[in-house]
Design a protein around this ligand. Structure first.
Ligand code: FAD
Length: 408
């Protein structure tokens, strides 16, 4: 029976192995990871885990007994270093060679490093792995002043967690708004207000130019307009770079992600790529997407497992993208890809922290950003999944509009 080797024991890799078994695949499954940990749930790392909430302590996606019980061979702490496509073998750093019939690349991404002078000082951290989170949690406990570089999801979640621990927090963001293109202006404005209300000093249209230290440890940050601020700890939340080297070295096409077709296959029919490392065509956006979300990793894992297990005519990957973040009391859920909208309609009560922003382009719904309005989120996901494009901005803007009445 065939062997599936999965590279990367994160959300996408672990879910692929689990989905293969739950879909009845009886062949050999090897899950190869470079970290010394069971596959874990990253969303906890910048939220519950970081503030020491007991709910955040159990980070494992699945217990060790799961892999053993399902006959999934888990190799942790042993990075894959080379793909031999001709010989259909994966070579690990330890020297072990794994023959495969199908190879799934689920190598994720790594944080982009700061490029300013002083970026190498102690106390300048990023947050991607469980090891990073452990380091950051310990460091936060002894920190007076935290500087977060970058007003994206990770930076803002870290800022919120740090405020919960009583740390003074400054966020610098080069753009004039938070969250770049991930959310619309009304949602970004709401989040900015939340952070300000919780005592975060938000510096928009401002940039970090240098870090200065004492005895090798960061102490002061220098900003573009000349201001120098105290920083005992710096967290860089300036985006990630997909881990594509393994694929590129094997001659597969990469470019901000490993390029795959609508069925998540590379040009080599035996090799798929999924999760944060993959760039794929989607009917939910006018361009190829590389998404960084649990939804994307989990749904692509299930899709690839099905394609490998019953490969006759696998349907294209088609899941509606969705995402969530939690900052203070606000649970923001995003359904669809709202980037590229030309009109927004806000429904509900932003001042009261319960509203949805419906995003349209050329009169067609792209998606919804909901704060503490989970029904709008769920119904939008269903509308987008069924391809129902009948909801107009005028209908949403009309008095008394309630998406529940449009339930597909
Ligand atoms: P990863 O989970 O990164 O797993 C990839 C694994 O492959 C890693 O362990 C990596 O070390 C390993 N690897 C790489 N190269 C090799 C190699 N050559 N050999 C062996 N192993 C290798 N998403 C949400 O939807 N909601 C959230 O609230 C949210 N919060 C987040 C908070 C944090 C702090 C982070 C970092 C991410 C968050 N995300 C969130 C994003 C989400 O966690 C990721 O999109 C998801 O984990 C991607 O899964 P993945 O398997 O593609 O990548």
């Amino acid at each position: 029976s065939p062997t599936v080797v999965v590279v990367g024991a994160g959300q996408a890799g672990s879910d692929t192995a689990a989905a293969l078994r739950s879909q009845g695949f009886a062949g050999r499954i090897v899950l190869v990871g470079d970290e010394d940990a069971l596959p874990y749930r990253k969303p906890l790392l910048s939220k519950e885990y970081l503030v020491g909430d007991p709910e955040g302590e159990d980070t494992a996606l699945r217990p060790a007994s799961f892999y053993a019980g399902q006959g999934i061979e888990l190799r942790t702490g042993d990075p894959a270093v080379r793909i031999d496509r001709e010989g259909r073998r994966l070579v690990l750093a330890s020297g072990e060679e794994l023959g495969y019939d199908h190879l799934v690349l689920a190598t994720g991404a790594r944080p982009r490093r700061l490029s300013v002078p002083g970026a190498e000082l102690d106390g300048v951290l990023a947050l991607r792995t469980l090891a990073d989170a452990r380091t950051l949690r310990t460091a936060l406990a002894g920190t007076g002043d935290l500087l977060v570089v970058g007003g994206g999801f990770i930076g803002l979640e870290v800022a919120a967690a740090a405020r919960a621990s009583g740390v003074r927090v400054t966020v610098v963001e080069t753009r004039d708004r938070l969250m770049g293109r991930s959310v619309s202006a009304p949602t970004a404005r709401y989040l900015a207000e939340q952070h300000t209300a919780h005592g975060v000093r938000l510096l928009l249209s401002e940039e970090l130019t240098a870090l200065h230290g004492e005895e090798g440890r960061v102490r002061v940050a220098e900003l573009g307009r000349g201001e120098r601020i105290r920083a005992d700890l710096v967290v860089a939340g300036v985006g990630v770079l997909p881990n594509t080297a393994l694929a590129a070295d094997a001659g597969l096409e990469v470019g901000d992600g490993i390029l795959v077709d609508p069925r998540l296959r590379t040009a080599d029919p035996r090799i798929h790529a999924i999760g944060d490392c993959a760039r794929f065509p989607s009917r939910h956006a006018p361009r190829h997407l590389r998404l960084e979300s649990v939804q994307n990793a989990a749904d692509q894992a299930r899709s690839v497992a099905a394609a490998i297990h019953a490969p006759a005519d696998p349907p294209p990957y088609d899941a509606v993208p969705w995402f969530w973040t939690r900052q203070y009391g606000a649970r923001l859920q995003i359904a669809g890809i709202t980037d590229g909208h030309d009109r927004t309609v806000t429904v509900g009560d932003p001042a009261g922290g319960r509203f949805s922003v419906f995003c349209f382009r050329d009169g067609l719904l792209l998606g919804t950003e909901s704060v503490n309005r989970p029904a709008d989120h769920m119904i939008t996901r269903r509308l987008l999944a069924t391809g129902d494009r009948s909801l107009t901005p005028e209908a949403v803007a009309a008095p008394g509009f309630d998406l529940k009445h449009r339930q597909p």
